[in-house]
Design a protein around this ligand. Structure first.
Ligand code: ATP
Ligand code: MG
Length: 278
């Protein structure tokens, strides 16, 4: 049972979050049932894709124990605090917040669920996001505490579930979609990442992990399919150097696929808002 004082504190925290996030027009969570399928890659590149299209965008790294966003965009500075507000870093025009900027690189975060949720509450309530068009939250794999906190407190308009084409990943993506449905997220969408590899030497397509399962899964579970993203060796190399491929090589197959997805997201969000007005 919570004491009156604890209840009051929680109410104040929720109020702060509500006020802060209502300056952000569209809030999106990116998650998956399985780890390593490309959530961070997708989050980072979609954020820059939206920025390229003229939107004010932020990335919230909600993976407290495995925060990879700063590594993928090449930032290692510590966070600034001003008047009890956390100032997000701005990297190539996109605002970013991550646990990684609060820790030395090789230090583990061994926190139980409630502590991780507390930090995420701070990322939502105490970060000076300002007025944003889009905030993308990169979530850890699975269906644990962080996903619950983010979907309850961030009130996302859209969930992007990332899967790879293999059966094991597709099965886990069904759990993630089911969770998004149970959390009543208005738009639930699916992306198939690592869908085929075009050989850079001969142009031949190799379906390393298979392909097409994502589209079928989306149809089966009645969610919007946003598209397939190919495996791209340069994208992986650039990510390791802290450079999002969408900024570095706009003409590559992966950047073209990602920009197609950016357009679909924008169309879906706009359609939704128009139907609200009507
Ligand atoms: N389409 C792709 N082509 C090439 N490499 C990719 C692609 N998608 C992701 N990768 C690489 O695969 C690795 C895992 O990707 P990423 O870290 O984005 O996955 P994740 O789902 O966020 O993982 P975690 O569950 O650990 O958070 C990274 O090295 C990334 O650069
Ligand atoms: Mg990740």
């Amino acid at each position: 049972m919570l004491t009156e004082e604890q209840k009051k504190k929680m109410e104040l925290e929720d109020k702060k979050i509500t006020e802060n996030i209502h300056h952000i027009k569209h809030r999106i969570v990116v998650f998956s049932g399985k780890g390593g399928v490309g959530k961070t890659t997708v989050s980072v590149n979609l954020a820059y894709g939206l920025h390229i299209n003229g939107y004010k965008t932020g990335i919230l790294d909600a993976d407290v124990t495995g925060p990879n966003v700063p590594k993928m965009i090449g930032v290692s500075d510590e966070l600034h605090i001003e008047d009890n507000r956390i100032i997000p870093q701005e990297v190539n025009g996109v605002k970013v917040i991550s646990m990684a900027n609060m820790l030395p690189p090789d230090q583990a975060v061994i926190w139980r669920g409630p502590m991780r949720s507390k930090l995420l509450n701070q990322f939502l309530g105490d970060v000076e996001w300002g007025n944003l068009d889009y905030l993308i939250a990169d979530l850890p794999p699975g269906t644990g505490d962080e996903i619950l906190t983010m979907t309850q407190k961030m009130e996302p308009e859209m969930a992007i579930v990332v899967t790879t084409p293999q059966e094991v990943s597709l099965i886990d993506s069904a759990r993630a979609i089911d969770m998004a449905k149970k959390m009543n997220i208005p738009h639930i969408t699916l992306i198939e990442n690592m869908s085929g590899l075009i050989c850079p030497e001969c142009g031949h397509r190799i379906d390393l992990f298979g392909s097409g399962g994502g589209q079928k899964q989306a149809e089966k579970m009645d969610v919007d399919f946003l598209g397939e993203i190919p495996i791209n060796i340069q994208a992986r190399q650039l990510a390791d150097e802290g450079k999002p491929v969408i900024l570095e090589n706009a003409k590559s197959d992966i950047s073209i696929a990602l920009m197609g997805i950016v357009k679909k997201i924008d169309d879906l969000v706009r359609k939704e808002n128009e139907s609200v007005v009507v």
